[in-house]
Write a protein that binds this ligand. Sequence first.
Ligand SMILES: *[C@@H]1O[C@H](CO)[C@@H](O)[C@H](O)[C@H]1NC(C)=O
Ligand SMILES: *[C@@H]1O[C@H](CO)[C@@H](O)[C@H](O)[C@H]1NC(C)=O
Ligand SMILES: *[C@@H]1O[C@H](CO)[C@@H](O)[C@H](O)[C@H]1NC(C)=O
Ligand SMILES: *[C@@H]1O[C@H](CO)[C@@H](O)[C@H](O)[C@H]1NC(C)=O
Ligand SMILES: *[C@@H]1O[C@H](CO)[C@@H](O)[C@H](O)[C@H]1NC(C)=O
Ligand SMILES: *[C@@H]1O[C@H](CO)[C@@H](O)[C@H](O)[C@H]1NC(C)=O
Ligand SMILES: *[C@@H]1O[C@H](CO)[C@@H](O)[C@H](O)[C@H]1NC(C)=O
Ligand SMILES: *[C@@H]1O[C@H](CO)[C@@H](O)[C@H](O)[C@H]1NC(C)=O
Ligand SMILES: CC(=O)N[C@H]1CO[C@H](CO)[C@@H](O)[C@@H]1O
Length: 509
Amino acid sequence: MARSIIGYLATIAALLDFEASAAGTASYNGLALTPQMGWDNWNAFGCDVDEELLLSTAQKMVDFGLRDLGYYYVILDDCWSDGRTSNGTLQANATKFPHGIPYVADQLHSIGLGFGMYSSAGKYTCAQYAASLGMEKQDAQTFADWGVDYLKYDNCYNEGQEGTALITYTRYKAMSDALNATGRPILYSMCNWGQDNPWNWAQTIANSWRMSGDVYDSFDRPDARCPCTTYECTLPGFHCSVMNILNKAAPVLNKAQPGAWNDLDMLEVGNSRMTDDEYKTHFSMWAIAKSPLIMGTDVTTMTAQTLSIYSNAAIIAINQDPLGIPALRVWQSPAQPQNETYSTDAYTAGEKSFWTGQLNGGDYVAAFVNSGPAPATLTATMNDIFIDLVTTGSNAPVPRLMQTWDVYDLWANRMSDASAQAIITGNMTMATNATSKSNATSTLPVQTYNATAMSYANGVTANDTALLGVKVSTIAPMGTLMAQVPSHGVVVYRLRSQGGGGMRKRDEL
Ligand SMILES: *[C@@H]1O[C@H](CO)[C@@H](O)[C@H](O)[C@H]1NC(C)=O
Ligand SMILES: *[C@@H]1O[C@H](CO)[C@@H](O)[C@H](O)[C@H]1NC(C)=O
Ligand SMILES: *[C@@H]1O[C@H](CO)[C@@H](O)[C@H](O)[C@H]1NC(C)=O
Ligand SMILES: *[C@@H]1O[C@H](CO)[C@@H](O)[C@H](O)[C@H]1NC(C)=O
Ligand SMILES: *[C@@H]1O[C@H](CO)[C@@H](O)[C@H](O)[C@H]1NC(C)=O
Ligand SMILES: *[C@@H]1O[C@H](CO)[C@@H](O)[C@H](O)[C@H]1NC(C)=O
Ligand SMILES: *[C@@H]1O[C@H](CO)[C@@H](O)[C@H](O)[C@H]1NC(C)=O
Ligand SMILES: *[C@@H]1O[C@H](CO)[C@@H](O)[C@H](O)[C@H]1NC(C)=O
Ligand SMILES: CC(=O)N[C@H]1CO[C@H](CO)[C@@H](O)[C@@H]1O
């Protein structure tokens, strides 16, 4: 009796979406209710930073409409420092930052952007500048005084303070507490490379945690310096490919919640070592995994193709969905049958996978990934799409399987190269919304979105086509979803029930 009641309650909970559980998981500091977005200099520039780079990038982010798509934080990574003054205060390199750091913060704030800073939970930063282990209170106060809105906090030179969750937690909590004590809201981005499993304990002290070694600009190349292929990893390393990180992330994605995200590392889109399809896969999967979306390329020299990937508002709307539920990998299989002449290493043989996740208002995201060497036709059943509803342990019927679902292709409205190029050369500004998509004096269509004017959540509710993409098919009750997926490519759909989806979910009971 008790068992059947529990089963029944589980079914009700599943049918009622996840609004209730999401509402009970507030951000520990009120920040990052959706994954943070922005730009960080590291992937494209490494140590080559200065005031001019940050401010010219920021201006282009505004001009290209990227700020109004939600890319808010401009993050200064390692190598800004010149050590400490005689009283112990961190000081910036005066050649690189002739007007000082507070000036940079002020300039960014004046054009509607936030300012991110960098330090390490160690004796030194990774480039061997003074870092904050043991100096947390003083450094947090310095950052707050400088007008910092975001701290990326690295893991180099940690003096062996690692190896158990509690040791690492304590080391990172010291900065969390210090930031809180300043009274300034500062988004706290832990960069400890997944060591000691931060997805198990960081939700109450940080807004995001890196879950792997550093990404590099490769889709699937194995590299000895990134030796692990699973999330259990004592040597996170660097030079981790997109597919390596995605596969490590899959089992821990469900640990995220509003205010606390798995960080799959900064985006490499635009850095030229991947194909357009590979960059689309990278961007899409980071988005639906609810990773922070931090651009990692030179914005000032961005190509049209790069801009049109970073500007895909339909994909960003999935990332910024208010429910904050990461997509789940439902299945994964080798791209082709394994045989003796072909490697069994998934990263070289390639793989096919299907991902799904619930969205606000009863919609779902569904994505097919094909990292194999040839195009593939992939299919998913209703049972795949609603896997969590059909595995609740109850025999109750699942109404969603019996509904008809509209299928919207989220890449179909990608901005044309001509429009993106017009934005880059300054001949056209982004449209305020999709219904006003052509410049009054131009015939070039612009498909993008202004999230400053209207939130992604409200835009989806209003059926803005920049966010919905293009309806390409329907799935009949108990039907299947099918997609032609290019090699190293992705297809991402938003599914919406013709029966009103989540809007009428109570009727389903
Ligand atoms: C400060 O920046 C200048 C110019 O990039 C560089 O030559 C110098 O080595 C930097 N100082 C430190 C301490 O890094
Ligand atoms: C330390 O020195 C810097 C400049 O050298 C100054 O701005 C700061 O107020 C000093 N801090 C303390 C705590 O004296
Ligand atoms: C400090 O922490 C408290 C308790 O978690 C939280 O309510 C508050 O918003 C935090 N303040 C800042 C500035 O982070
Ligand atoms: C084994 O894999 C190779 C590489 O994909 C392929 O060319 C070959 O046809 C496969 N052999 C069999 C028997 O499937
Ligand atoms: C775009 O702007 C540039 C510089 O402002 C100008 O040279 C060019 O002719 C313009 N192109 C079009 C198509 O208007
Ligand atoms: C979107 O475009 C339509 C049609 O041009 C316009 O009426 C509406 O005010 C615009 N919405 C916003 C938020 O600018
Ligand atoms: C987006 O909307 C805001 C507020 O309405 C406006 O200030 C801004 O100029 C718009 N951005 C673009 C690129 O049109
Ligand atoms: C949005 O589209 C759905 C059908 O997919 C419809 O039920 C709803 O009324 C539409 N909302 C608006 C504001 O047009
Ligand atoms: C290319 C083009 O027609 N650009 C125009 C877009 O609209 C603005 C504002 O009306 C004009 O100033 C541009 O010339």
